[in-house]
Design a binder for this molecule. Sequence first.
Ligand code: FCB
Length: 446
Amino acid sequence: MTFTKADFGADFKWGISTAAYQIEGGYSSDGKGPSIWDKFVRKPGKIFQAHHGEVACDFYNNYRNDLQLMKDLNIKHHRFSISWSRIIPEGTGRINRRGIDFYNRLIDHSLELGIEPWLTLYHWDLPQSLEDDGGWTNRNIVQWFSNYTEVCCRHFGDRVKKWIILNEPMVFTGGGYFLGVHAPGKKGLRSFLSAVHHAALCQAESGRIIRGLVPDANIGTTFSSSHIEHYRPLQKDIIAAKKVDALLNRLFLEPLLGMGYPVDDLKILKRMEQVIKPGDENKLAFDMDFIGIQNYTREFVAHTPFVPFVKARIIKADKRNVVTTLMNWEVYPEAMYHVLKKFAAYKNIPPLIVTENGAAFKDEIKDGKINDHERTEFIRDNIQQILKAKKEGANVDGYFVWTLLDNFEWAEGYYPTFGLVHVDFKSQKRTIKSSGHWYSGFLQEI
Ligand code: FCB
């Protein structure tokens, strides 16, 4: 099947996604306070080769050039995130004017170049002082997050109309509060379940605040998603896959839609009763204008008695003899089709937007050029799967590539490169890869 941009309709949004900690650098510039990632990267053994994001792509100083690069690549929608501790250094209270000014400059310059800013409130860099008070495990986060939302609405809401509340709450609560592999590095079921409930409350409450303060706002939030399959044709693997699906795909969406947590398929969630207060069920629901879906791959799940609580394990791609990316994620674009169909099948689901998708492959510069045909194929094949889902009735309104620049990829440091643009981190020189040229050409089509 060949396709063109026109097949998606004139209103389909084509863009690129980035995140503050992964590109900005300037970790203590102009009054910015420390975030949990600033601290976590200093913990021995947590990040690949002790990499950190203190300079990263130096987007803090380079943003004008990078926005120009987006424009040159015909990218008209940029999803970026605000570093909370850049504008409110202690997370609550005092506002850092110079931090606000940075985002004002970024927003204004984007608009001047014809690039629509899609503002993500939270892409994982919680102010460290809030973490010192328990972070996402402390119910006061609902108040802290509400105040932060208000500050953003008041300062940016006159120009920013696309709002995204959380980036992948399952990943930051799971990685940061259950497995300890992401900031702040906490482990255990208790901290995980309270972080989940508080993030779900914030997600809805923040939506209500934006709705009240920003006229004509288009409000969404984003969810990580995986197409889940059972590993062996065994009843116990089918049950294990169902549990992992409830955890990875349904945990945050269903309470938002007013369906409550998926307790029936994941009994361990009953223990959330310890943190749920009377009246919370209603507070978890909010009528979003769109749901951001982020998909990279599929997962195979097998039963195991050795993993507590879920009794399930994921069979990693390198154990399955399949083509993988540098993240050890299977290259399987059909996953995109399956997750879109799955999410679109919910009753009363708002339109979906693919707010992240992309791939990390090893890039080689030859004669100043990077021919990353695997990445181009990955993106093209994923776009094709979106079209297939759309043709079958899934209401999908946009696609954002992860990401513009090679950047700091959390626990994996700078090793996996996802950018359409290569970054030489010594000189900060940018080189557009062939995938970037391909995307740009595709976006140019009428
Ligand atoms: C997603 C994150 C994003 C990036 C990609 C590869 O889970 O939202 O920041 O790390 O994965």
